[in-house]
Design a protein around this ligand. Sequence first.
Ligand SMILES: NC(=O)c1ccc[n+]([C@@H]2O[C@H](COP(=O)([O-])OP(=O)(O)OC[C@H]3O[C@@H](n4cnc5c(N)ncnc54)[C@H](O)[C@@H]3O)[C@@H](O)[C@H]2O)c1
Ligand SMILES: O=C(O)[C@H]1O[C@H](OP(=O)(O)OP(=O)(O)OC[C@H]2O[C@@H](n3ccc(=O)[nH]c3=O)[C@H](O)[C@@H]2O)[C@H](O)[C@@H](O)[C@H]1O
Length: 370
Amino acid sequence: MRVLEDDMFPSTPGKLPVLRRHLVQVLRRLLGRAALGAPDPRVRCSLALRKRGDGVVGIDNFNSYYDPSLKKARRSLLASHGVFVIEGDINDGRLLAKLFDVVPFTHVLHLAAQAGVRYAMENPASYVHSNIAGLVTLLEACKDADPQPAIVWASSSSVYGLNDKVPFTESDRTDQPASLYAATKKAGEEITHTYNHIYGLSITGLRFFTVYGPWGRPDMAYFSFTRNILQGKPITVYSGKNRVDLARDFTYIDDIVKGCLGSLDTAGKSTGTGGKKRGPAPYRIFNLGNTSPVTVPNLVSILEKHLRVKAKKNVVEMPGNGDVPFTHANISLARQQLGYKPTTNLDVGLKKFVKWYLSYYGYTRGSKNL
Ligand SMILES: NC(=O)c1ccc[n+]([C@@H]2O[C@H](COP(=O)([O-])OP(=O)(O)OC[C@H]3O[C@@H](n4cnc5c(N)ncnc54)[C@H](O)[C@@H]3O)[C@@H](O)[C@H]2O)c1
Ligand SMILES: O=C(O)[C@H]1O[C@H](OP(=O)(O)OP(=O)(O)OC[C@H]2O[C@@H](n3ccc(=O)[nH]c3=O)[C@H](O)[C@@H]2O)[C@H](O)[C@@H](O)[C@H]1O
């Protein structure tokens, strides 16, 4: 959806075209309180914010890291609930500046990124483009905006890297990343700290732990395993050294959404104007996990149960591709300060995912395709 074209936004106020005035009116009407983000934490956060009356505008470049038709379907869903998603890149500083010029965003929920741990070995530049350069461009736009928005953004559990002290606590060391993805998220934490320190931007970084659920990411294990199991294809299950099972603190999307909304609601204001800091602003980092790790073979068993199909498994030793053996979040800080309390276990969450998957991809139980 190309809602915002360059020529709609001339910098000379005297030349303000009717289209721009119209857009301002529409956006202002929609946006009592606005959050700029990309759509799956994205879709669910946007819908939850709309439901309670907040205005939301999204931006996404709809890149082809995975099937863009899924991204476009999410956009249609959002549009039907009054959420605009602009097609654009967060590296486009002019677009961002014009957007901030039109809309007095109070909050930015920044979820756009090159995600995926293992793909970083195939396409390292995409991580630098979105997670470093794109982040800086976005922060520049936020710093120059009037009013300056408060920023809540997605870091990652991967910043704990080779840390083996469990559960992972925010104060643990994060200087041993195991993948370039993790390194870019860690860099994001340092970069956002700088913008907080120099320009007074209110910053909240959320370390998500392996998020799953309906409308999720096709490259992730729970999603690609489901696809392969249904198509009768084998799945590759990584194991640690000496065949020790890998484990993840899988976290259901609705719990993550509650953590994001809790962060937006408690973010505190940015304090800068005109690119200058006028006082101290909050800088916070929280784990958003489930606090109950499950092994990958267990994940597969739960999927088999809900799909009612047996998986063909190849177990291979973790090939040194950026994976870490386990993750486990300590969520005490988020519980205290955000009221964050995850309530969905992997069994219940995967049941909901499977229901969505079968419906979205047109499977019917009892028919030839299942
Ligand atoms: N899903 C997880 O398990 C998980 C865990 C930890 C952190 N995160 C983080 O949460 C956020 C959301 O993750 P997700 O799983 O929904 O991933 P996702 O890939 O589905 O969403 C990211 C979106 O950002 C868009 N995007 C990428 N680069 C962009 C750019 N330069 N400009 C504009 N749009 C761009 C993509 O098109 C995509 O739609 C990401 O920041 C990710 O790193 C996710
Ligand atoms: O919390 C995060 O910070 C990260 O979460 C997610 O990474 P991961 O925890 O690696 O999720 P995911 O790929 O689903 O693999 C899950 C498990 O299945 C194993 N796995 C994976 C693929 C496969 O073919 N076989 C396999 O055994 C694999 O070894 C692992 O043990 C996000 O993708 C990432 O963007 C990042 O943000």
